[in-house]
Design a protein around this ligand. Sequence first.
Ligand code: IDP
Length: 140
Amino acid sequence: MALERTFSIIKPDATRRNLTGKINAMLEDAGLRIVAQKRAQLTKAQAEGFYAVHKERPFFNDLVAFMTSGPVVLQVLEGENAVLKNREIMGATNPADAAEGTIRKSFAESIEANSVHGSDSPENAAIEIAYFFSGIEIVG
Ligand code: IDP
């Protein structure tokens, strides 16, 4: 099967607790390769643009405030079935529903502060990667 790429964010609740290395180890142990990575402080406009699809949801303003509350780590992950594989490693949005051994079960603080973002389809992965990375920053 062809290699696939997905977009990942280590969220501010996780960077604040210094969990980047532990999360990266879980991604790598599952067979995903980190082919691009950068730490960033998102602006309000960047976070609003990234989550534009959720604009009408009641939690939108809180989500933008949370995502700009501290540094994030932006990543491109590569591997077979990378989109689905990353969603499996992440676990359910609400950590109360997440399976044992997943990142969110292990580390998430709440349904909002749930430690990681991962693209939900190859189409969205391509859009999200292009939102934050230029081609020269991704080295497979
Ligand atoms: P996902 O990150 O698992 O794909 P989405 O439904 O796309 O979940 O939601 C995007 C993000 O919005 C979640 O990861 C979480 O941080 C936040 N979020 C989702 N649902 C709620 C909610 O009911 N209350 C507060 N924040 C939420």
